[in-house]
Write a protein that binds this ligand. Structure first.
Ligand code: ATP
Length: 306
């Protein structure tokens, strides 16, 4: 019995630790990338985010010194605008978002928000100013309403419903027998990837941060769901300074600026039409994706006919 209770106790402890750790999706992202070397500097002040202008200035970064990941990246996201980062897998796109959250620090160069170096401000205040819609959302074993409310506990019922409406998940929720009180997660109703992402969007709308990071899902959603998610993301991005980490191209067409990152260097920048006219890396990526989409559609039509 002693032998059995030991692992059970241990598992209980781990369970409690994990449960405690799952404070918030942003927190979870934080825990996954926790870096104990990064601490607040003595006398660090809270970030004063007003216009929320984000700037990367000649940022060099490597996880390991022998393998540079970012090699002099500079760009800015003007107040309320959307900048999308595209590029091949492993180019360093998600690394940019990790640096913005200050899970890591650049080896040289700096990142500022409204002119304040993010390395010099209190980390809590930095992370409170940034909302994250992650690739894969993990829901708490609680009601769907609880999962949205996590964005801001003080929010009223009306505000919560408004956030759900903007995220286009309201009708789905209202169609459930228990509505907002429906249990979800491991022990409750299982939601699809697209539904979970819309819950995350509603939560972020409720949190209302001035800066937004959208780490787009790599997994292909069907085109109807993709359109719905895109509409919801466009709404949440409206009026916020937004950085989109795009793993597919369909979502970046309307971005104010698109940066093409390749092996840690920005090789092209511009808006969608301008980049297509250039006929460079972006145009090639776009054509390849169009061909892949067309092939997928043709396959689907053939399957439907069978
Ligand atoms: P994808 O589109 O596939 O998600 P990405 O452009 O977002 O790729 P990053 O996640 O930024 O790429 O990774 C850039 C490079 O850094 C990759 O080669 C990756 O293997 C490496 N890398 C990422 N995280 C770490 C880490 N914690 N330690 C060491 N290397 C890492």
């Amino acid at each position: 019995l002693v032998q059995l209770s030991m692992p059970l106790n241990f598992m209980g402890m781990i369970y409690r630790e994990i449960k405690q750790a799952l404070i918030d999706i942003d927190d979870m992202f934080r825990i996954l990338h926790r870096n104990p070397e990064i601490a607040d500097r003595p006398g660090a002040k809270p970030l004063a985010a007003g216009q929320a202008v984000v700037r990367f200035e000649d940022v060099h970064f490597a996880y390991h010194p022998e393998r540079p990941i970012l090699r002099g990246v500079s760009f800015s996201v003007p107040s309320g605008k959307t900048v999308a980062i595209v590029g091949p897998s492993g180019a360093g796109k998600s690394t940019l978002s990790r640096l913005l959250f200050r899970f890591y620090e650049p080896q040289s160069g700096r990142i500022t928000i409204d002119g304040q170096d993010i390395a010099a401000v209190q980390q809590d205040s930095l992370r409170a100013a940034i909302g994250m819609v992650p690739q894969d959302t993990v829901l708490f074993n609680d009601t769907i309403g609880y999962n949205i409310r996590y964005g801001r506990w003080e929010a009223s019922e009306t505000e919560m419903r408004e956030a759900a409406r903007l995220a286009q998940i309201d009708r789905f929720i209202e169609g459930l027998p228990e509505g907002y009180d429906t249990p979800v997660g491991e022990r409750g109703l299982k939601l699809s990837g697209g539904e979970k992402q819309r819950v995350a969007i509603a939560r972020t709308i409720l949190k209302g941060p001035p800066i937004l990071v959208l780490d787009e899902a790599t997994s292909a959603l069907d085109s109807f769901t993709e359109r719905e998610i895109q509409d919801a993301l466009d709404r949440v991005a409206q009026g916020r300074t937004t950085l989109v980490i795009a793993h597919r191209l369909s979502t970046v067409v309307n971005a104010d600026e698109i940066l093409v990152l390749d092996r840690g260097v920005i090789v092209e920048r511009g808006d969608h039409d301008g980049l297509l006219d250039q006929g460079g890396v972006y145009a090639a990526m776009w054509n390849r994706q169009r061909e892949a989409d067309a092939a997928r559609e043709a396959l689907k039509r053939a399957e439907d006919r069978e």
